[in-house]
Write a protein that binds this ligand. Structure first.
Ligand SMILES: NC(=O)c1ccc[n+]([C@@H]2O[C@H](COP(=O)([O-])OP(=O)(O)OC[C@H]3O[C@@H](n4cnc5c(N)ncnc54)[C@H](O)[C@@H]3O)[C@@H](O)[C@H]2O)c1
Length: 341
């Protein structure tokens, strides 16, 4: 049951747009909640503070908005019907579903749990939308659905039948679940395939975060493969622009790539971090890991055309912002400490 204070808060929220963000305490979700509040929406975040990485980080992610009058936090699991009822008591007009177990490696270690949270959890949300009369749904999908494709850039028209991990399979299954609810109940649903999103608050196990942390601490950086693999890295602000543009144009069933449409080699990524931090990386090369793909590279013509999506933050600028944030968090500068007079 919702506490009476939460009910009072919901009653006082008179914003015309009411958005339920699942996974709203995570990296992308917390930025999204902030962006939506800034544009005048009422926002409910449903998150279980999953321990895949330190839940204290998620508490910090929400610190700036936790007390805002138009923000409501429901601590709960998308697998728990009681938590869903609590979140839908907020009476959202749109659900943006980002809650997931998001790691490829974790999904290989915990395949059934990944499927449960990412596929059954997504179905639970769609079902709850039907029960509560919510017809608008955005789903956070992933570039991983493209598998280990050599033909680039990846287009929404490509077949995506070769997932390389349970995570990738779960995202494809999530897209299919979305389609079935559009077909059955005429819900307006857009699936957004995010391409490696980075920026302040990025998950601690993701490459840019790991590399910056190691390089600034003077510790070795582990690189899988020979450095020639490549990723389309999307800066968080560009990703948010894509999500909000999709929110404003939700109609029918749509699928969009959200990337920068630039694929950066791993060795260039590390060199860029070295240049930005002014510190040399100690490189350790290991073989590719199971579940890894060689390249990701988004064709974003469809998002440009339909959503007016225009990613603007290049890798060097984005890494600069990330490093600045990281240093503010940790006090690590990568420079030798100033000698005391
Ligand atoms: N970050 C990326 O590069 C990227 C790329 C492609 C797709 N995505 C997708 O975008 C979404 C957000 O990714 P992120 O990087 O912000 O990850 P994140 O792990 O920081 O955020 C996910 C949030 O979901 C919550 N969550 C997990 N299981 C839950 C459950 N059972 N009930 C309620 N909440 C639960 C977690 O506590 C977390 O706060 C995910 O769906 C992810 O698969 C992310």
């Amino acid at each position: 049951m919702l506490e009476s204070t939460a009910k009072d808060r919901i009653g006082k929220m008179n914003q015309s747009e009411r958005v339920l963000v699942t996974g709203g305490a995570g990296f992308i979700g917390s930025h999204l909640c902030q962006r939506l509040l800034a544009r005048g929406s009422a926002v409910c975040c449903l998150d279980n503070f999953d321990p895949a990485y330190d839940p204290a980080i998620k508490e910090r992610n929400l610190a700036a908005i936790a007390q805002k009058p138009s923000f409501l936090l429901v601590r709960g699991d998308i697998l728990d019907p009681g938590a869903l009822d609590e979140a839908f008591a907020f009476q959202p007009d749109t659900v943006i579903h980002l809650a997931a177990l998001a790691g490829v490696r974790d999904s290989i270690a915990q395949p059934a749990r990944t499927m449960l949270v990412n596929v059954v959890g997504t179905t639970n949300l769609l079902e709850a939308c039907c029960r509560h009369g919510v017809r608008r749904f955005l789903f956070g999908s992933s570039s991983s659905v493209y598998g280990d494709r050599k033909q680039v850039p990846f287009s929404e028209e490509d077949r995506v039948d070769d997932p390389q991990s349970p995570y990738a399979a779960s995202k494809k299954a999530g897209e299919l679940a979305c389609y079935s609810y559009h077909a059955l109940y005429a819900m307006d649903i857009t699936c957004l395939r995010f391409f490696t999103v980075y920026g302040p608050r990025q998950r601690p196990e993701m490459a840019i975060h790991r590399f910056v942390r190691a390089i600034l601490a003077g510790q070795p950086v582990t690189l899988y493969g020979d450095g020639s693999s490549s990723r389309d890295y999307t800066y968080i602000d560009d990703c948010l622009d894509g999500i909000t543009a999709a929110l404003d144009r939700l109609e029918g069933y749509r699928l969009y790539n959200l990337g920068e449409s630039v694929s950066i080699r791993l060795d260039r990524l590390v060199a860029t971090i070295e240049a930005v931090t002014g510190k040399e990386a100690i490189r350790i090369y290991l073989p590719n890991q199971a579940g890894d793909v060689t390249t990701t590279f988004a064709n974003i013509d469809r998002a440009r055309r339909d959503l007016g999506y225009q990613p603007a933050v290049g890798i060097e600028q984005g890494i600069r912002s990330f490093v600045q944030w990281f240093q503010e968090q940790t006090g690590l500068t990568g420079q030798p400490p100033l000698s005391k007079e």
